[in-house]
Write a protein that binds this ligand. Sequence first.
Ligand code: PBG
Length: 344
Amino acid sequence: MQSLIADDEQANSAVSDQTNFLLPARMRRLRQSQAMRAMVRETHIRLEKLIYPFFVVAGSKIRKPISSMPGIFQLSLDNLVKEVEAAYIAGIRSVILFGIPENKDTEASGAWKQDGIVQVATRTLKSHFPDLLVVADTCLCEYMSHGHCGIVENGQILNDPSLVILARAAVSQAEAGADIIAPSDMMDGRIGIIRQALDEAGFAQTPIMAYSAKFASAFYGPFREAAESAPQFGDRTTYQMDPANAREALREIEQDIIEGADIVMVKPALPYLDVISRARAITDLPIAAYNVSGEYSMVKAAAANGWIDEKKVVLEALTSIFRAGADLVITYHAQDVATWLSRP
Ligand code: PBG
């Protein structure tokens, strides 16, 4: 094909003289109308792919706003049921629960007690909404006085002793009726131990969604206000991953698959789309992505200032997470998305 833009002069005269260039591709042909664009759209957001997080506290009539996460609240059981009902009516079919216990200790007893806050909330939700999927986040940090995700001795976060407690927590969550167990602690070997404990307790059919590639991220900041789970000393860098490491993330994912994970997760989502995409290339298991608190708060803050169009930004962000290769997304935007999708 003759070059039409060899130099400016030629390009200018071409513009005036000719109306029908022979271009190698006219990508705009398929962008002409809404119907045309919809027909060739590759990625879709579907409500059944979203998991909506909730923070549960003891007491009643509590609906305490989380200042860094506008629209998200700590809810007592009565209000949890109301909010979940609204989400259910809007079309949301899956929630993940985080508990804020009345008392914290050094053995995370609130994480594995029969009447622990998440166990009670799970029973209540399953009795009200039997076909709602209730995912239990299995971790110890919210229940530990020191705020770490494992047993602490002499300032060290111990791996193997923590596994025993994590397994106990997972079994008690399954006993309470949790449909999916989601360990988020990042201790080595926890998926295998939890799988074995669930099987032995009669929960061979309960799937594990492993927070496999969970990075030590500053994007969790607002969550720690919501869940009151900030570490009281140090940070989580000896168990959560270095944000710089993508190959190591694949090793974490491979390891969790070997140990029996049914779903693997990358967390956070937006700053780690490359990790999601690389995970997609190495496994055919479902991949979950956690669109975490900081990702949510940044959008909310910018939207509140009128700097961005919240609906468009959220839908674009979620689309990008799915496009990268995620099958399901945990997101605080779920309720808003449900509303937007039903009333476009
Ligand atoms: C518990 C846990 C955390 C998140 C999910 N489960 C916090 C952390 O690891 O400190 C973060 C979720 C979010 O930021 O939305 N270990």
